[in-house]
Unconditional design. Structure first.
Length: 129
């Protein structure tokens, strides 16, 4: 069966309505299931991925996204955010010899950050702002 991809404005409105009604949704999987059910009420052929729901929720002004992580291996460099795929900014520090050293990375769009050891996202919690 063929499926359609809903436009971003329509999905953002549904996410806003769902979060407004639910208050807190404890995982990306649950939020995707609820949003997809609402979208199927609009058009039965609509389908959406969990990643797209997460990225649109992060971009929404009405939704706060909490990121739970686990610690991974040490990293040397990192440029793309694993949560929202935007560019990461280096967190730098100066040494006693006035050299700049990168101590971590921070995303400007979402709340993700990491230090010397990579923080791997494991769970997302969506709340109403």
């Amino acid at each position: 069966m063929a499926y359609k991809i809903p436009d971003s404005k329509e999905v953002s409105k549904v996410i806003k309505d769902v979060i407004g009604r639910e208050g807190v949704v404890g995982s990306q999987y649950k939020l995707r299931k609820i949003v997809e059910k609402e979208l199927k009420n609009i058009d039965p052929s609509y389908s959406i991925s969990g990643r797209r729901v997460r990225v649109l929720a992060i971009g929404s002004k009405n939704v706060s996204v909490g990121i739970h992580t686990k610690e991974g291996e040490e990293i040397t460099t990192m440029s793309i955010c694993p949560v929202c795929s935007s560019k990461l900014k280096s967190i730098k520090n100066k040494t006693l010899y006035n050299w700049e050293v990168t101590v971590g990375y921070r995303c400007r769009k979402c709340k993700y950050w990491t230090g010397k050891k990579r923080r791997i996202p494991t769970r997302y919690v969506f709340e109403k702002r």
